[in-house]
Design a protein around this ligand. Structure first.
Ligand code: INI
Length: 170
């Protein structure tokens, strides 16, 4: 019985990051953690492209465009949505999560959810490099694992006509 798993060896291809400028004190730190995790796993900065969007709500459209371009092994989405006094948070958080999942399923490219959804600024800061780790670094690790898992499932071959191929490896 084959058991597939993705390891954390240096993955093939290029990676794209979509980062939201809203709450950029936090998202700058998420991007920094993401880059650092990639670098330490053999993905140099030259293999990372970054696209900035105004807010998390705009992330899914750009993530999908990047995934559809066929240039990237995975797309990492970084954002920070902090609950306010109105229902705005629920709409932005819900649609951002749904849009990111949709971008992944419609393209077949791993599109990783590195968007913080917190009740307070303190919780967001703690998850972007303070007491509770760095969600951007976690997102990079999830991307590496997913790319290597899909590669293992495909037996390391390029799947024609699907987003599961690994750009730059054939
Ligand atoms: N965008 C965020 O990324 N985080 C937030 O906390 C946030 N809040 O609270 O409003 C937010 N709003 C902007 C939204 O993502 C869009 O950019 C805007 O609505 C324009 O479409």
């Amino acid at each position: 019985m084959p058991i597939f798993s993705g390891d954390f060896s240096t993955p093939p291809g290029r990676f794209a990051v979509v980062a939201s400028r809203f709450n950029n004190l936090v998202t700058d730190a998420l991007l920094s953690g993401c880059r650092d995790a990639f670098t330490r796993h053999g993905v140099a900065d030259e293999k990372l492209d970054v696209a900035w969007v105004p807010g998390s709500f705009e992330v899914p459209l750009v993530a999908r465009a990047l995934a559809e371009s066929g240039k990237y092994s995975a797309v990492i989405c970084l954002g920070c949505i902090i609950r306010g006094e109105t229902g705005h948070y629920d709409h932005v958080a819900g649609q951002t999560a749904a849009g990111i999942m949709s971008a992944s399923l419609t393209t077949g490219v791993p599109v990783i959810f590195g968007v913080l959804t917190t009740d307070t600024v303190e919780q967001a800061l703690n998850r972007s490099g303070l007491k509770a780790g760095n969600k951007g670094a976690e997102a990079a690790m999830a991307a590496i694992e997913m790319v290597n898992l899909l590669k293992a499932i495909q037996g390391g071959t390029q799947a024609s006509g699907s987003g599961f191929g690994f750009p730059g490896t054939t």
